[in-house]
Design a protein around this ligand. Structure first.
Ligand code: UT7
Length: 335
């Protein structure tokens, strides 16, 4: 893009969330695998999850969440410049973002998918900020949406009790006022890639003599829960500490901590390490389970709608998961 653009700040002015209607309680899951409400709620804090049915689509949920974000921001769909869809469960490997662009009527927006699993929303916010700060774009929708129920092995009690479906969105806008994104840090460690996967299993096929190609299918989610747990409680507080420092703040300045909603025990451990009191920790993992890229914007939206998060509040957020990847950001809510 041309160098004529004025450098801008970033604001977060709208949010929205959507989840499938169907709710599955822990007790109901105990009819599917050898588990119990007691085990799931005490180890994870999860009590229920929303599960998409055959007529619900990722793009549909994402569009609903995005429409709410636009409405709150008072921005028309035609004025959106960029749509970033953070997802690991696109309905089309070529991407689902363009379908959302069409459903929204965001005719001038460019749209693309970003895959960074449960870190996807934070990675999306950071990516959006680059386009806004450079002045290239003015209105960016960042959507986190996942329907991992499609990719869970419902015979595997280690994973199937954890995940749920949903979508959340924020509208980020460029501003000449002070930048509301106060700091960020995004990281990857591929040496631990095997801890959490939704991998493609190739099947060999000889096309013509001597030319063997691979076709196959994606496999269900596999996870080494203990390793991912250890990774999260080590990396996440460090990353948040760094961004607090970048922002010239202390943990006492954080009004709300919104972590990726994977496990209540992880949220408690991270908050304790950062000395952030439990009443500042936004949690809805009990209601939704782990909705991957959607979990942070859904939690943000619920807290804003409930009137807990107010304009000017300082929010620390962190996403973490497959890759392995993790990211943290500090931002002030509203104009
Ligand atoms: O979004 C991506 C990020 N993902 C995460 O953040 C997940 C991080 N990991 C975790 O949250 C936890 O490790 C889990 C919730 C997945 C597991 O909790 P844990 O306390 O680490 O349990 P565990 O895997 O050590 O399993 C303890 C026991 C085992 O039995 P034995 O071997 O001690 O007899 C498991 O077989 O619990 C058993 N178990 C279950 N029992 C009843 C595992 N899953 C279940 C279940 N119901 N659903």
């Amino acid at each position: 893009m041309s160098s004529n653009h004025t450098l801008m700040g970033v604001t977060f002015i709208g949010c929205g969330a959507a989840a499938p209607e169907t709710i599955v309680l822990n007790d109901e899951l105990a009819q599917v695998v050898d588990t119990s409400d007691e085990w799931i709620s005490s180890r994870t804090g999860i009590r229920q999850r929303h599960i998409g049915h055959d007529r619900e689509s990722l793009a549909g949920l994402a569009t609903q969440a995005a429409q709410q974000a636009l409405e709150m921001a008072g921005v028309a769909a035609e004025d959106v410049d960029l749509i970033i869809l953070a997802t690991s469960s696109a309905e089309d490997l070529f991407g689902s973002a363009c379908r959302i662009q069409a459903q929204l009527g965001a005719t001038k927006a460019v749209a693309f998918d970003l895959t960074a699993a449960c870190s996807g929303f934070v990675f999306g916010v950071v990516t959006a900020a680059q386009f806004l700060r450079s002045g290239v774009y003015r209105n960016v929708l960042v959507i986190g949406a996942d329907l991992l129920s499609r990719w869970v092995d419902w015979q595997d009690r280690n994973t199937c009790v954890l995940f749920g479906d949903g979508a959340g969105a924020v509208l980020m806008q460029g501003t000449i006022n002070p930048d509301r994104l106060l700091g960020f840090e995004i990281s990857s460690d591929g040496s631990q890639n095997c801890c959490l996967n939704l991998s493609f299993k190739p099947e060999l096929r000889e096309l013509i003599p001597g030319v063997v190609l691979t076709q196959g299918k994606y496999q269900y989610i596999t996870m080494n829960g203990k390793e991912v747990y250890r990774f999260a409680i080590n990396r996440v507080p460090d990353a948040i500490d760094k961004v607090i420092h970048q922002a010239h703040l202390t943990s006492a300045d954080i009004d709300w901590l919104i972590l990726h909603q994977a496990n209540q025990r992880i949220m408690d451990a991270v908050a304790l390490r950062l000395q952030i009191p439990p009443e500042k920790v936004v949690s809805n993992v009990a209601k939704y389970g782990n909705t991957s890229a959607a979990s942070i914007p859904i939690a943000l939206t619920e807290a804003v709608r409930a009137g807990k998060i107010q304009t000017g509040d300082t929010i620390a957020t962190s996403g973490f998961g497959a890759g392995l990847s993790w990211g943290a950001a500090i931002f002030k809510w509203g104009n």
